[in-house]
Design a protein around this ligand. Structure first.
Ligand SMILES: *[C@@H]1O[C@H](CO)[C@@H](O)[C@H](O)[C@H]1NC(C)=O
Ligand SMILES: *[C@@H]1O[C@H](CO)[C@@H](O)[C@H](O)[C@H]1NC(C)=O
Length: 158
């Protein structure tokens, strides 16, 4: 009896491993840094090359709920885009085994976590990719200069 249970547990574990190995995505770059105005590609690789389930991209800003950006499916020609996430700024680039997201003309408001996922009954998400936006060098320089000027005028006795 004890042995029977052990065998069933093993069968169950194998079955789980087989089932879970073929659904899912890999987001290899967990952090991407871009400067103002640059274009970036957020990568998403499918564990199952011949996947036919819908692939989704979500954006999540700090302290906010995730929002769906785009959905794409092999059997449907065009990707669907939602809310303000429209081409040409946001573009799903998909092919055999991948479904990347191109974002062009990066702005500070694009800084967020971006999740790719496969929707089969429920969504199986990747680990997410943080897009971090660098401030413009000139802006940084101006901020620092202003800080020191202010400090100078406050600290200098009149
Ligand atoms: C997506 O961006 C990559 C570079 O990041 C570029 O090589 C590629 O052509 C872009 N794809 C489309 C369809 O614009
Ligand atoms: C960024 O992508 C846009 C198209 O979305 C293209 O017109 C532009 O030349 C690209 N810029 C760079 C720096 O690659």
């Amino acid at each position: 009896m004890q042995q029977d249970l052990g065998i069933w547990r093993m069968v169950l574990m194998c079955l789980t491993a087989v089932l879970s190995s073929e659904i899912g995505v890999n987001q290899l770059n967990s952090v991407t840094t871009a400067a103002f105005g640059e274009n970036v590609t957020l990568q998403c690789f499918l564990l199952e090359e011949d996947n036919t389930d819908p692939i989704v991209w979500y954006q999540q800003k700090t302290g906010q709920e995730p929002r769906i950006m785009a959905m794409t499916q092999k059997s449907v020609e065009a990707s669907s885009y939602y809310s303000e996430f429209k081409p040409p700024k946001f573009l799903v680039v998909n092919g055999r085994g991948f479904c990347h997201l191109n974002i062009s003309s990066i702005e500070p408001s694009d800084e967020a976590m971006y999740y790719c996922g496969i929707r089969r009954f429920e969504i199986v998400f990747g680990k997410g990719a943080l897009l971090s936006v660098k401030a413009k060098k000139l802006y940084l320089l101006a901020t620092i200069t202003f800080f020191f000027l202010k400090a100078y005028f406050i600290l200098t006795p009149k």
